[in-house]
Design a protein around this ligand. Structure first.
Ligand code: SF4
Length: 406
């Protein structure tokens, strides 16, 4: 299993697989062929179907200025739904080409090559193995992670946490309409300030968690800087929970970093044993994974037992099973933004349940991850980030002219 540092990446929204990954791929290709006088980039699969709404063309062109970007929705024989072909030319002659896959969370795989992202840091591949080792050697999950990752982890997480907080704070102080044509208003500031008279502490918590999740997700929709946690589409869940715990409940920063480490481990296990891409497994792999990570991180912050941390992560994933990806107009706005807020609240509920019921559980975290992957594989393609199913299909049929509808 790879470093958890590759779970959290800082980059421009709105989509880790559709903007962060393609931007990084374009930068990489430009460095390989700096002598080219023309670049052509062809987007396939989900990148071609939702790339316009997700801003993929803009991301590619900001990494490779002047590149011609083509959308190929006809090709079906692909190694992955997020496939790109990069070609470089000089005076009409081809210099080279690379097929690059945006595997989710901003990470890339170059066909026929092994990337630095592939370096293995953990020999373990399941939470069961990790828990067994921790039991044997009397380690907490945080101690285990620090032992495996070395000294570079904490400064990296401190940088990530700073970027997460900055996104919350920018989002809370900004109003207006999100770009893309759906005319969705930014709501984080409203939620943050709209304290009602005699509001109960439970309502305050839900309102603030939602405000923080909206703040980050709206920043993402505006193509501003966010942290993939684990993806751009799901970037609001973990910052919402951790920001609340830091700034409303006063948990020290060092403990927040430990919680991010535990959340990262859970996200890493899901990436290793299933997928982190909406184009492969639907939204259960993005929001479901973020919810599971946030629940585990929060349980660790509360210093719950390892079994309770596992159960919190399992509950959070279990109740996102089957969640489809159907963003309207291919924009990461509806249902994505609200879904981040709902997942943040669900993560808190999962931890509350895990406190009391962990000794009665029947399903392990590893089992629910395997189930998520198999569910994703069974899911009709139109529910996997194509904008051809669900809410996206309904919206096109009802609100767009017939020639653009189904
Ligand atoms: S519906 Fe979920 S997976 Fe799809 S773009 Fe939105 S957040 Fe990402």
């Amino acid at each position: 299993m790879k470093s958890i540092m590759s779970v959290y990446k800082v980059g421009h929204g709105p989509s880790s697989s559709h903007t962060v990954g393609p931007y990084n791929a374009a930068m990489l290709f430009g460095r390989r062929f700096p002598e080219a006088d023309r670049y052509r980039v062809t987007l396939y699969g989900s990148l071609a179907l939702t790339g316009a709404g997700h801003g993929t063309e803009k991301a590619v062109k900001s990494g490779l200025p002047g590149a011609e970007v083509l959308f190929n929705t006809a090709e079906r024989d692909l190694p992955h739904p997020n496939t790109m072909l990069f070609e470089a030319f000089r005076q009409g002659r081809e210099l080279g080409r690379l097929r690059i896959i945006s595997i989710g969370g901003g990470s890339l795989r170059i066909e026929g090559e092994r990337s630095a992202d592939e370096e293995e840091v953990y020999p373990q591949r399941s939470l069961a193995e990790i828990m067994e080792l921790c039991r044997r050697e009397s380690l907490t999950l945080t101690e285990f992670i620090c032992r495996m990752e070395g000294d570079g982890l904490k400064p990296y997480l401190a940088w990530i946490w700073k970027a997460m907080q900055a996104a919350v704070e920018r989002g809370l102080s900004t109003e207006g309409i999100l770009p893309g044509g759906l005319e969705v208003a930014r709501k984080a500031k409203l939620l943050y300030n709209d304290r009602s008279y005699n509001e109960s502490s439970d309502v305050t918590m839900s309102r603030l968690l939602s405000a923080y999740a909206f703040a980050v997700s709206e920043e993402n929709a505006c193509e501003n800087i966010v942290v993939t946690a684990p993806t751009c589409g799901s970037c609001g869940v973990i910052p919402a929970v951790m920001y609340y715990m830091r700034h409303e409940k006063g948990f020290p920063e060092a403990e927040i970093l430990d919680a991010l480490a535990v959340a990262g481990l859970i996200g890493n296990l899901i990436r290793t044993n299933a997928s982190i891409s909406g184009a492969v497994c639907g939204c259960q792999a993005e929001i479901g994974r973020a919810c599971s990570m946030a629940a585990a991180g929060l349980a660790a912050l509360y210093r719950l037992r390892p079994e309770q941390i596992e159960y919190a992560a399992e509950i959070a994933m279990e109740h996102n099973l089957g969640l489809t990806c159907d963003p309207i107009l291919g924009l990461v706005q509806i249902p994505c933004i609200e879904r981040n807020a709902v997942a943040a609240m669900r993560a808190v509920n999962a931890v509350d349940l895990s406190r009391f019921l962990y000794s009665t559980r029947k399903i392990s975290f590893d089992e629910v991850v395997d189930t998520m992957y198999r569910t994703g594989k069974d899911m009709d393609e139109k529910y996997r980030e194509t904008s051809h199913g669900g809410l996206a299909q309904m919206y096109r049929a009802r609100h767009l002219p017939p020639e653009a509808g189904d």
